[in-house]
Design a protein around this ligand. Structure first.
Ligand SMILES: [Zn+2]
Length: 264
């Protein structure tokens, strides 16, 4: 099993050896075929500019802005300023930086790599901020809007960005792996909070407390049910199911039949 470092954390071999929250999301909520294609390096997701804005704000919190600049030269002008389509990232960083309450929540060890065995596999997590004295894990979240409701296909209603982007699942996985990595007793979880900042022209911000042990157990129960199939598909023992809707499936689609219009 690969020893994880900040250099190899997001690598293909790390993703083959370990399960992660994003890999799990890929298998369960996106598309199994795409998740497998990513693991075999047949498919690479190209980040949108909105995602790159989020990554840049994260590099500010992590203190890795210089490395980020070196890896994303196309986001910067020759004079090393952010290009206009990414400039909102600076406004977002300013709005966090100017707020002492927010900054106090971002205090702690940044981007710690933690691992733990859960439901038959090793998991890896990298919390944005870990404050061991306060027993608190803080995630920095960038979102289109903090207050606007988003359509959720699963529940077929409009929900908060927290529900739409499955932050309670992240809270559950991160809290449980952190507990395991720290060697604490079962159910002795820490607090989990989100520092959220919106990508609006005038960014909104909030500190959101996601600590909810009852919800945590519900989320983990879902993971436990889903893992056996993910393990078998990842090991090549079962065929991954194609969703026929995602970018990967669209790009590899081969038509063999006509579809009746009433099925669309
Ligand atoms: Zn698909």
């Amino acid at each position: 099993m690969l020893i994880l470092t900040h250099e190899n954390y997001h690598s293909n071999s790390a993703n083959l050896d370990y399960m992660s929250r994003s890999q799990y999301m890929g298998f369960v909520y996106e598309c199994e075929a795409k998740a497998i294609a990513k693991l075999s390096m047949e498919w690479v997701d190209i980040p949108t500019s909105a995602q790159e804005v989020g990554q840049y704000v994260h590099s500010w919190s992590a203190g890795t802005q210089d490395e980020f600049r070196a890896k994303h030269p196309s986001m910067f002008t020759k004079a090393n300023f952010l290009r206009s389509e990414y400039l909102v990232a600076n406004t977002m960083i300013d709005s966090l930086q100017e707020d002492p309450f927010v900054m106090s929540y971002l205090e702690g060890v940044k981007e710690t790599i933690l691992t733990g065995e859960l439901y038959g596999v090793m998991w890896k997590i990298m919390p944005n901020v870990l404050n061991r004295e306060r027993r608190r894990s803080v995630d920095l979240a960038t979102t289109r809007s903090i207050t606007e409701k988003v359509w959720d296909e699963e529940t077929r209603k409009k929900v908060s960005f927290i529900e739409a982007y499955k932050y309670p699942l992240k809270m559950a996985i991160y809290s449980e792996i952190e507990r395991l990595a720290m060697g604490r007793a079962p159910r002795d979880w820490s607090e989990f909070l989100i520092v959220a900042v919106s990508k609006e022209k005038t960014p909104d911000k909030a500190i959101i407390n996601l600590t909810d042990f009852a919800r945590l157990e519900v989320e983990l129960a879902h993971v436990e049910v889903a893992m056996p199939r993910i393990i078998r598909v990842k090991a090549g023992l079962e065929e991954p199911i194609r969703c026929e809707r995602c970018d990967y499936c669209r790009s590899t689609k081969v038509l063999t039949d006509a579809v009746h219009y009433s099925e669309l």
